[in-house]
Design a protein. Structure first.
Length: 295
């Protein structure tokens, strides 16, 4: 039995367009996990909410000229999570590794941002992490936890040992994180700089920082956007990016080196549905950009 059969169960099919495992180029996996959440909980409900939203929006990307209807997607359902973060992350690592070994692109729907630690460990060596996030998430520990949504990026740097970490849209940090980022040579582009430079210049900056990377893992925390656009997140932070800035940057920065990506931190109990729609749209857009790049 495969890990995906052992640790994942079918649910609503993302986008409504389902191929078999053998046919698919993209494998969707929900990760309904929010055990370490410290402010607004409920990200565990996001995979279902985002799947429902995906059935009710159109899938054509004007930026890429690609329709999601024509992509070969296979929704594996949701990972079997537990209250133990280490067990959940290990299962996610095993399933993600299996997807990668099958030459498919893992598309993970969180869940809290901690899940990126599990999937990043599966991505192997010579990988760069491109993270869109209001926070650096580089604390060593928080509330007596060393593995949580506030520390996971530091653990990624220690455990996955990526070639490069780039964080975009940053605007909420503590001194400990700022100092660690400088010491560990972690690049971050504050939200204010994105607005000042514009999407085109920001995308060029990101591509320059990624020029030596063999593989790219893309992770999108929806709190990178201003709460005006994405109110239903676990840790909303004012002064964020606009949706069109995010998509314009992604359309330029996503290329054929992408090996996995996730969208995290949607929190349906604090949403009127708009953030789930935005999350589904973001997945549609990134898949379209990558499909265009790889062809």
């Amino acid at each position: 039995m495969s890990y995906r059969e052992l640790y994942a169960s079918p649910t609503i099919v993302f986008s409504g367009y389902q191929k078999t495992w053998k046919e698919a180029n993209y494998a969707i996996l929900g990760v309904p996990f929010d055990v370490t959440s410290t402010y607004r909980t409920g990200a565990r409900f996001a995979p279902t909410a985002i799947r429902e939203a995906s059935l009710n929006i159109e899938g054509y990307s004007f930026r890429a000229g690609v329709d999601v209807e024509n992509l070969k997607l296979c929704d594996l359902g949701d990972l079997h999570v537990t209250g133990d973060a280490s067990v959940t992350l290990k299962r996610l690592e095993q399933v993600t590794k299996e997807i990668l070994e099958a030459k498919k692109l893992p598309v993970l729907i969180g869940g809290e941002h901690t899940i990126t630690l599990g999937s990043a460990r599966a991505a192997g060596k010579n990988i760069a992490i491109l993270d869109f996030d209001a926070h650096l998430d580089l604390r060593n520990e928080y509330m007596n936890l060393t593995v949580s949504h506030t520390t996971f990026m530091r653990r990624i740097n220690e455990q996955a040992k990526p070639q490069k970490i780039i964080e975009v849209g940053t605007r909420a940090v503590c001194k400990e994180e700022y100092d660690y980022a400088k010491k560990a040579d972690i690049s971050f582009i504050p939200a204010q700089q994105v607005r000042r430079d514009g999407a085109e210049k920001t995308a060029k900056n990101i591509k320059n920082l990624l020029k030596d990377a063999e593989k790219i893992y893309l992770t999108i925390d929806l709190d990178v956007l201003d709460p005006a656009f994405a109110p239903g997140v676990q840790n909303p932070e004012p002064d964020g990016l606009c949706t069109h800035h995010l998509y314009d940057i992604l359309s330029e920065a996503c290329d054929e080196r992408l090996v996995a990506f996730d969208v995290v931190e949607n929190t349906p109990p604090y949403d009127n549905g708009v953030t789930a729609i935005l999350a589904a749209k973001t997945i549609f857009e990134v898949l379209s950009y990558f499909e265009k790049a790889r062809k």
